[in-house]
Write a new protein. Structure first.
Length: 431
């Protein structure tokens, strides 16, 4: 059986496959650049592991309080080395990116402090953490004031308004690198560095935190290389490499990480406690694989951008722009389009491919959300996945793929489902 016949057994028609092949052929130079970045980041991770003398002793499990967990402590030193920070907190009980961000914020803000977002509204699940939408236990309930400066119409920073917004009460500035459920551009590390420098010039002692979710290892530098006091992310996204079954990280200044650790455990305990429960090997090995896994996901995102751009749909980033995260936004324009796309991604999965995703009222969101993720780790968005809120402009957000080949299959399958659902109408597609 040749490769064409193999794709046919997976439900991909010849016209969809040929359309994809034509686009893939034109992306060879882009893919080569991605591989070069992955090679650089692979060496960076290996260097951090070698500098910290990682050994199989670090994979041993601990239980209970987790006192003197050598594997846990060394892993945190490795993360600090990779992100070039003074310290890091890398724990399985940081259960998601939202949780890690919540710990970083609540650990470093006090009643009367002001939190500023100079990049507009944060991701939906942070709205209740902050108190933009009232919720029990929010920062707002604890007397933290929130302000935001919206981006300009072209998606760039409104420096004039930011300068006016920073004041003596501004304690922490939160910068979301990726777009979230928005169609704005993702910020490059260089852009984030410029923003941090601008803010620090106005108020040098302000803490600058970057939500680094979906951005790790996409570029050769991280926000911590350009002045961020804390970078925060999830281990079931990029840095877990698809092997971490849970977890999150906060890397940054020693004092910021210490305060976050007291909020995660308890005052006086901090980083000294927290058993690793036999998860360390997955965390180490996932980090080791992460640069290569991210490269595969990036290829998938660029392939998706070029496919759907050629089909006539608005995409962010477009097919030729530089990449700063693994997320590809595609505006399909109708609820039916979003649902069909997600059902195609699900049908391409190795796990639960027979399941049909439907929109539902997920906690933390203000509209029904559909999520496709036939993943080995529940909710893992470094694995092939797609999701989006069922509300205008009816955009879907595609990310992940532990291998380029799986990401490619997912996009082909999404095209197939859209074609079968009649979303790709005559005059709106070259298929």
């Amino acid at each position: 059986m040749d490769i064409n016949a193999m794709y046919e057994t997976l439900g991909i028609s010849r016209q969809v496959l040929d359309f994809g092949k034509e686009i893939e052929e034109a992306l060879k130079d882009r893919f080569k650049e991605i591989d070069e970045t992955a090679e650089y980041n692979q060496m960076k991770v290996i260097k951090a592991m070698q500098d910290n003398r990682v050994s199989d002793i670090h994979f041993a499990a601990t239980t209970g309080y987790g006192y003197n967990d050598l594997g846990r402590d060394t892993l945190e030193d490795v993360y600090a080395g990779v992100f070039r920070t003074e310290s890091a907190l890398v724990r399985p009980n940081l259960i998601s990116g939202t949780h890690a961000l919540s710990i970083a914020l609540s650990g470093n803000l006090r009643p009367g402090d002001e939190l500023l977002s100079p990049v507009g509204k944060p991701y939906d699940t942070l709205e209740e953490v902050i108190g933009i939408r009232d919720s029990v236990g929010s920062l707002k309930e604890y007397g933290v004031v929130y302000r935001q400066v919206d981006l300009l119409s072209d998606g760039t920073f409104d420096y004039e308004s930011i300068a006016r917004a920073v004041n003596e009460k501004t304690k922490l500035v939160t910068i979301q690198r990726s777009k979230g459920y928005d169609t704005r551009p993702t910020f490059s590390v260089a852009q984030i560095g410029e923003l941090i420098a601008f803010i620090k010039k106005i108020k040098p002692d302000v803490i600058c935190m970057v939500d680094n979710c979906y951005g790790e290892f996409v570029e050769k530098m991280e926000p911590s290389d350009v002045g961020a006091d804390m970078v925060v992310g999830s281990l079931i996204k990029n840095p877990g490499g698809g092997l971490a079954p849970i977890g999150g990280y906060i890397a940054g200044r020693t004092d910021c990480i210490e305060r976050a650790s007291y909020r995660l455990s308890a005052p006086g305990l901090g980083k000294e406690v927290g058993a690793s429960l036999g998860l360390n090997q997955s965390f180490y090995q996932g980090l080791f694989l992460s640069p290569t896994v991210v490269a595969g996901a990036l290829k998938g995102a660029i392939f998706a951008a070029n496919v759907y751009e050629k089909l006539g749909f608005p995409v962010v980033p477009n097919g030729s722009e530089s990449r700063h995260d693994i997320i590809q936004a595609i505006t399909l324009g109708t609820p039916e389009g979003v649902v069909a796309f997600c059902q195609g991604i699900q049908a391409a999965a190795p796990v639960d491919s027979f399941v049909t995703p439907e929109p539902w009222d997920m906690p933390g969101y203000d509209a029904p959300v559909i999520m496709a993720a036939g993943a080995f780790v529940q909710g893992s968005s470094i694995e092939l996945s797609a999701d989006g809120p069922i509300k205008p402009p009816y955009a879907v957000y595609f990310q992940g793929g532990l291998t380029w080949y799986h990401a490619k299959l997912g996009i082909l399958k999404s095209m197939q489902k859209l074609l079968e659902a009649g979303v790709l109408k005559k005059g709106y597609t070259q298929l």
